[in-house]
Design a protein around this ligand. Structure first.
Ligand code: M6R
Length: 610
């Protein structure tokens, strides 16, 4: 979704801003822009629709220079994809702003600001911020005071950065509902919506809290909380690798991230899984006390993270003996729900900033859940900071919009949560040993599975001209079928549906013909024979099947069925292992179709608006 970069320095900051925008491209956007205060103290701006490279080309043709500047990648919400709607937005020639989020009361603010004589040149909600700040500047010389007064008028979510031609030595930033991180340099400072944007210039960061407004100059940072009190926020050294934004020789980030899975799953297990299980403290210092009381788990997430939650429900109920509900965050937050006694609220998120998931966590606290735990990939993110307990997946920065390594590391963490909760709820010894053993074998099994890449690349050719597809699984492979379908539709734009295969005869069998490939995930588990009956139902209706099966599951390729054998794995980790061929299949189908794999159309990496 939208990205923000800002810098204040002695040097010209345009290249820093552009590099920052490039590093935020993965979040998804449809236009980009830069504004600086030049040597004469005038605001200069260049904006373009399309890619950051188009902005870079425009800047190469008509360079602008300045040591205070802001930049933005916009993912359209209010107003179409036009240059006029691209950020930064100006109010007269004095104030420039960039903004992530949505100002919900922008229509009424527009009317009031028009009545004050302000002219609107875009259809965006953001332009109201620029005019409102300029209006406030009529009664104060201080940009900080003006922004503090202005934000009180806004309803909705914002992460915003404001520069003012008459306050050239600082920029003022405000956060409410949309993350912002201050980057600390030597005699220069920065702001961004994501620390990844700033890694080439600093590794020292301050994460702003909800309601914070900060004044940033070259040498100083002053932060004020929502009551206007000056506060100190801790400085963090970034743990993200500097080269997180490189493709490492792979054609796409997504392919790199698929192939990183054995390593990042190993990292996620390392120092946490012993030969006998897990220490609950891997979920946080308070975890031993809190987890010991848990009798129910409520999981909340969106998209791929929701699929990992759905998978975890099978594990938690089967092995840890705790009941579990799983719900999409955007549904949970708008319905009346009941809180079970001793219920742990678990949010799952790669980014830690998904607006609906964060809102669901906050709602969960009001509803009185016993405690909250987040399974998250981004240290310092809002979900991590606002949850009682946190388990960090060590997937490293995930750049491809299609989530891959975040998913498998989430599953790895959730299986460790199953072990931890099982300790307090009578998990059978043999189940405990089985899960520990299977987790230890997981990285190697993932490596073996990736060796099938060439076969799957060939298989993809059979999908490229198809418009629809059906994914089938049973039990804990049903969410994996859902994840496979999400991956395919997301990056190849082929319509894909997933069904629990026992549901076939209740409707979807009517769709089966030779134009509807059916993808089946078939590990050798206790539901295999049931699944085989479903496979026969498809065969009898002329369906063409692609079966990812355990070597020992005894599926044979024939005229209507292509079988791809996977290494034999313990059924408890099969959902993690069977995810990889589905990711690869989607990737290679997308390659054949020539879609934008890393930044699929209409999608954003981090969905920070509702
Ligand atoms: O950052 P989160 O895990 O909270 O994001 C949730 C979804 O937006 C995300 O998983 C989305 O579905 C991915 N694009 C799927 O590949």
């Amino acid at each position: 979704m939208c990205g923000i970069v800002g810098a204040i320095a002695e040097r010209n900051v345009v290249s820093i801003l552009l590099e920052g925008l490039k590093r935020l491209e993965y979040r998804g956007y449809d236009s980009a822009g830069v504004a600086v205060l030049d040597a004469q103290g005038q605001l200069q701006r260049v904006r373009r629709t399309g890619k950051v490279q188009e902005l870079a080309d425009a800047l190469a043709d008509n360079p602008i220079k300045g040591s205070t500047g802001i930049a933005h990648t916009r993912w359209a919400t209010h107003g179409g994809v036009t240059e006029a709607n691209a950020h930064p937005h100006f109010s007269t020639a004095r104030v420039a702003v960039v903004h992530n989020g949505i100002i919900e009361n922008y229509q009424s603010l527009r009317e009031q600001l028009r009545a004050e004589g302000f002219h609107f040149s875009s259809d965006t909600d953001t332009e109201t911020i620029a005019h409102q700040v300029e209006l406030e500047l009529k009664s104060t010389d201080s940009l900080l005071t003006a922004v503090q007064r202005a934000v009180k008028k806004f309803h909705g979510a914002y992460g915003t950065v404001v520069i003012d031609q008459q306050n050239p030595d600082s920029m003022v930033v405000a956060r409410s509902g949309s993350p912002l991180v201050i980057g600390l340099g030597i005699d220069e400072n920065f702001i961004a919506s994501d620390q990844l944007a700033l890694l080439p210039v600093t590794r020292r960061f301050i994460f702003l809290e909800e309601g914070d407004v900060a004044r940033i100059s070259r040498t100083e940072v002053h932060i004020f909380d929502q009551d206007g009190n000056e506060v100190l926020r801790p400085v963090h050294d970034s743990e993200i690798e500097h080269d997180a934004g490189d493709k490492g020789g792979y054609r796409h980030y997504m392919l790199k991230e698929i192939h990183e899975q054995p390593t990042v799953v190993r990292n996620t297990l390392q120092d946490r899984l012993t030969q006998s299980g897990v220490d609950p403290r891997i979920f946080g210092a308070l975890a031993p006390d809190l987890l010991a009381k848990v009798k129910h788990v409520q999981i909340i997430a969106c998209g791929t993270s929701y699929h990992s939650g759905m998978t975890a429900r099978y594990w938690l109920e089967q092995y840890a003996n705790v009941s579990c509900n799983v719900e999409i965050a955007s549904e949970f937050r708008y319905r009346k729900s009941f809180v079970h006694p001793n219920s742990l609220l678990v949010t799952i998120s790669q980014s830690g900033e998904t607006a609906d998931t964060l809102a669901a966590l906050r709602l969960g606290k009001e509803l009185g859940y016993m405690a909250s735990l987040t399974i998250c990939n981004v240290p310092g993110s809002s979900l991590v900071r606002e949850s009682d307990l946190a388990f960090m997946t060590l997937a490293g920065a995930e750049i491809g919009v299609a989530s891959t390594k975040a998913f498998t590391t989430q599953l790895t963490g959730l299986l460790m949560l199953t072990l931890a909760l099982g300790q307090f709820n009578g998990m059978a010894d043999n189940d405990q040993q089985k899960i520990v053993g299977a987790l230890h074998s997981l990285p190697a099994k993932l490596e073996e599975t990736l060796a099938l890449t060439g076969n799957i690349e060939k298989l993809a050719e059979e999908f490229a001209d198809k418009h629809h597809s059906l994914f089938l699984g049973r039990g804990d492979q049903y969410p994996i079928a859902m994840e496979g379908a999400l991956k395919l539709k997301e990056i190849s734009y082929i319509h894909a549906e997933a069904y629990a295969s026992g549901e076939l005869k209740h409707g979807p069998l009517a769709l089966i013909d030779d134009e509807m490939p059916v993808i089946v995930v078939a590990p050798n588990n206790e539901l295999l024979e049931k699944l085989k009956s479903n496979v026969e139902e498809v065969r009898a209706r002329g369906g063409i099947m692609y079966v990812f099966a355990d070597k020992d599951a005894r599926f044979e390729s024939d005229a209507t069925m292509r079988v791809i054998n996977l290494p034999h794995v313990d059924s408890v980790i099969a959902p993690i292992v069977y995810t990889l061929p589905l990711q690869l299949l989607s990737y290679y189908v997308a390659i054949i179709k020539g879609t934008d794999v890393d930044q699929p159309r209409n999608l954003a990496k981090s969905v920070t608006v509702e």
